[in-house]
Design a protein around this ligand. Structure first.
Ligand SMILES: Cc1ncc(COP(=O)(O)O)c(C=O)c1O
Length: 358
């Protein structure tokens, strides 16, 4: 069974006999500013390169990422999306037991299961708005080989401070545990110095950071992501399991260009911040919703009445993410992406129509 994710508009269109282009997709968390024009041009230009294999060392791409992250290229591992990087890490390290907060992004669990690893879940508490707390650190024991922390967490939006991560890393050093921090959405937060783990990399050889490039640059169909680690042994183990040429030339050229687009990057951060606040305030005004404070381009809420909101919205050609398959949540929880003002207004008015009709 494949894990359930947002963004499956084709599958939903087939199920409900709709045209996928008619569906307004709030289920995948993609930068609402959309594809940058220069990135698009770079991808179109890259078409001529498909007759050759990508540079197997990805020298130019790694240099662009290295410059962006202010890190040596030997610390970078690439993948066909952050999802592949997560699987590469797990296949390389073959953890026997993992500690995962719940709810969180499901591919950590999928990756651990793929190597027959055992999982201990740390249930985040709704009473604490699903934030990580010190009790989590007490769960790091000698038998835990790997920990994943999603920062900010998908789907809750909770941010974890770097100082908490430092405490996790210190405890993990005593138990020989590798700590993976997934910062796939952290570039949407500015300033983010309080949360970024990047400058812990040199001191902590048990730290791996994972980042997706598909959310921010609005290229989920092109697939590209990376991992960062200063421990040569871990990078070497990952290199042993990497599928050669797994990043295609089109995605690679898109990112080499994208990381240069400072105006687009700054504009996206401001746009997402404003629309997130707008959508959050509007949703909070609806009595039957309990809305959790968002940090980036998605918002989780709990529906306080008994209703299948996802099915009701799909009748109106709007797709949202039901959180029913997240461990630690139930079918009362939903996640919506932050989109453009017009689209956000459409979502708000359709939710109100449905709930006020009840
Ligand atoms: C927290 C998190 N990490 C990683 C990924 C995978 O991203 P990619 O498209 O780069 O594989 C996702 C996708 O939803 C995600 O939410």
């Amino acid at each position: 069974m494949l894990a359930v994710h947002g963004g499956n508009t084709e599958e939903i269109a087939r199920k409900y006999n709709l045209n996928s282009k008619e569906i307004l997709d709030f289920s995948a968390n993609i930068n609402p500013v959309g594809l940058n024009e220069n990135v698009k041009a770079a991808m179109i230009n890259a078409i001529d390169k498909v007759v050759k294999y990508p540079d197997i060392t990805y020298f130019d791409l790694k240099n662009s990422i290295g410059e962006f992250e202010k890190l040596d290229i030997s610390n970078i591992t690439l993948g066909n999306g952050a999802a592949e990087v997560i699987f590469n890490i797990v296949r390389a390290l073959k953890p026997r037991k993992a500690l995962l907060p719940a709810p969180t992004f499901s591919e950590y669990e999928e990756a651990i299961i793929s190597v027959n690893g055992e999982i201990e879940y740390y249930k985040l508490k709704e009473s604490n708005d699903f934030n990580l707390d010190d009790e989590f650190i007490n769960k790091i024991k000698d038998d835990i080989d790997i920990i994943f922390i999603c920062n900010p967490n998908n789907p809750t939006g909770c941010l974890t401070k770097k100082e908490f991560i430092r405490k996790v890393l210190n405890k993990a050093l005593t138990t020989n545990t590798t700590v993976v921090i997934d910062e796939s959405f952290l570039d949407f937060v500015k300033p983010n110095e309080l949360y970024l783990s990047n400058d812990l990399l040199i001191d902590y050889k048990n730290l791996i950071i994972v980042k997706s490039l598909t959310k921010f640059f609005a290229i989920p169909g092109a697939r590209i992501g990376y991992g960062l680690c200063s421990n040569n042994e871990i990078i070497n183990e990952i290199n042993k399991v990497i599928v050669p040429w797994s990043v295609n030339v089109i995605a690679s050229e898109a990112i080499i260009q994208g990381l240069k687009e400072k105006d687009y990057i700054d504009k996206s951060i401001v746009y997402v911040k404003n629309e997130k606040e707008y959508l959050y305030s509007a949703l909070k005004e609806i009595d039957s919703l309990k809305v959790f404070e968002p940090s980036v381009n998605f918002i989780m809420f709990k529906l306080l009445i008994d209703l299948d909101l996802k099915s009701e919205l799909i009748k109106r050609r709007i797709l949202i993410r039901s959180c029913d398959n997240y461990i630690g949540l139930s079918n009362s929880f939903y996640r919506v992406a932050v989109r453009t003002r017009e689209e956000n207004n459409k979502l708000i008015s359709e939710i109100k129509n449905i709930l006020f009709d009840k």
